[in-house]
Design a protein around this ligand. Structure first.
Ligand code: E4P
Length: 222
């Protein structure tokens, strides 16, 4: 499983990239708004993180989504355009994929949505985990269903350049979500900075390190 950071914060991206485990970044309008960024600066902001970025279209019709997608894809060769899983989004995804522009279909909650996204040519599909938990449903069970269903088929004829679709576990809120996503075989987990940090921490690691350091001090003073 690869790790993406779910953020638009450049400092967080820089810090997490220095840990050596980061394979990409996902953003969304909420995350960009949280940085205090303005619309006029959006393309520049994306360019600054375009080494690792996927950028989301906020348009609602297929033509507008395709137009946004083309603009975003022109910012850098490795931009992935995020498109919501809805009818207009499917149609736009089909068009963008046919132009060789990779799409991440986001706000995906069900198996039929995921299959349709893959059929439309999505390069990535993002089933949301935490938002199911928010409404007292089991987000991890839903993610497991999506991974199992997609695994039954070969979608390589639908996507960009024969590349097969990858599942991004999204709306990840805890190391438990990350662990379960990995056990299910999710290709990627996109994780907020604070959660990614928690993923490397464990009290037994801290305790062990503490006692190693104390014992080493004894050796030095012996
Ligand atoms: C995914 O790409 C989304 O940006 C994100 O994971 C949403 O997470 P949230 O439900 O915690 O807002």
């Amino acid at each position: 499983m690869k790790f993406f950071l779910d953020t638009a914060d450049l400092a967080e991206i820089e810090e997490a990239a220095s840990w050596g485990v980061l394979a990409g970044v996902t953003t969304n309008p909420t995350l960009y708004a949280r940085t205090g960024g303005k619309l006029a600066d959006f393309h520049n902001h994306i360019k600054r993180i375009c080494e690792l970025v996927s950028a989301e279209s906020v348009a609602m019709t297929r033509d507008e989504i395709v137009r946004d997608g083309r603009e975003l894809a022109a910012l850098a060769p490795n931009v992935v355009v995020k498109v919501p899983t809805m009818i207009e989004g499917l149609a736009a995804t089909k068009q963008l994929a046919s132009e060789g522009i990779p799409v991440n279909m986001t706000l995906c909650f069900t198996v039929p949505q995921a299959i349709m996204a893959a059929r439309a040519g999505a390069r990535y599909i993002s089933p949301f985990v935490g938002r199911f938990d928010d409404i007292a449903e089991d987000g991890l069970a839903q993610l497991a269903d999506v991974i199992a269903a997609l695994g039954n088929y070969d979608f390589s004829d639908a996507g960009v350049n024969g590349e097969s679709v990858e599942v991004i576990a999204a709306s990840v809120r805890s190391p438990h979500h990350v662990a379960q996503a990995a056990l299910m075989g999710a290709d990627i987990a996109t994780v907020p900075f604070a959660t990614l940090k928690k993923c490397v921490q464990h009290p037994l690691t801290d305790r062990g390190l503490d006692s190693f350091l104390k014992d080493w001090e004894k050796v030095q003073n012996a």
